[in-house]
Ligand binder design. Structure first.
Ligand SMILES: [Zn+2]
Length: 271
């Protein structure tokens, strides 16, 4: 703790107070993210031996690795993404293969935005979130939100389930229209509009049109809600569990490393 007499001017004290507030928010959101994502990952390792390159197991998947490029909420390549590829634990990849075969029979392919995420990438998000003036991509990903609430409202955590290697962010690609299915909002949209139960009941898959959670009065159509449910049902059928705040985010229910987070970079693995 810094003693107050060390402050030589008001600006210094204000900076310290802001740092303390952000620190508290990060500590608080860190705890709740553990609850949300099924347990904290406490041990760090760079052991890659239990991971596979996703497209080796799921060759039908389409990759659009947003954190390798600049079309993401930060607007730059994210630390730890050395190649535009996706890595997962063998178990998660095998389950995702079953999902892929399931949706292929319905005329869809899986489109992957992110899978394993190195801790370095999570640290980059935290650093970006603390830099309040950097709002380069606000128009696209968080137009309704003031950036200062990202920690408080738990959009950014110090830890992420993705670092455990059995979590994936994805959508469906329609092979007939040759376009992504319309989910009524983009991957990484920060807001209640991304909740799977937005405008409907995600348990019964019933559309209600109830958009009271959207501060900006946004809404999604019955078809967009149905598309989200098509993805969700396919993932749940093959051993994944959903997150209640992001329609695109799923974690293998029986993930092999619930208490471990990994630190190696994202790049193609040798077979
Ligand atoms: Zn995710």
């Amino acid at each position: 703790m810094v003693k107050s007499e060390q402050f030589t001017d008001m600006k210094g004290m204000m900076q310290w107070m802001m740092a303390a507030i952000v620190g508290c928010m990060m500590a608080a959101s860190c705890c709740s993210s553990h609850g949300q994502e099924g347990g904290g990952a406490d041990q760090a390792t760079d052991d890659v031996s239990q991971f596979v390159t996703l497209t080796d197991v799921v060759p039908d998947a389409i990759l659009e690795i947003r954190y390798y490029g600049t079309y993401n909420f930060v607007g730059t390549r994210i630390d730890g993404y050395e190649e535009p590829t996706a890595l997962l634990t063998r178990q998660a990849a095998d389950s995702l293969r079953a999902v892929s075969d399931d949706v292929m029979a319905q005329g869809y392919r899986l489109k992957i935005y992110d899978a394993y995420r190195p801790q370095k990438g999570v640290d980059h998000f935290v650093r970006w979130a603390a830099n309040i003036p950097d709002t380069l991509m606000k128009t696209y990903f968080y137009p309704d939100l003031d950036k200062s609430v990202l920690f408080e409202q738990e959009y950014i955590y110090e830890k992420s389930g993705h670092t455990r290697g059995s979590t994936v962010d994805l959508t469906l690609f329609d092979m007939t229209t040759e376009k992504e299915l319309d989910m009524g909002g983009t991957f990484d949209w920060f807001g209640p509009e991304s909740h799977p139960d937005f405008c409907g009941n995600s348990e019964t898959c019933e559309y209600t049109g109830d958009n009271h959670k959207s501060p900006a009065g946004r809404s999604i159509t019955a078809e967009q809600f149905r598309n989200r449910m098509t993805l969700r049902q396919a993932m749940l059928r093959h051993g994944f569990k959903a997150l209640d705040s992001e329609w695109w985010h799923f974690t293998l229910k029986d993930e092999p490393f619930p208490d471990t987070y990994f630190t190696f970079p994202v790049k193609q693995l040798s077979k």
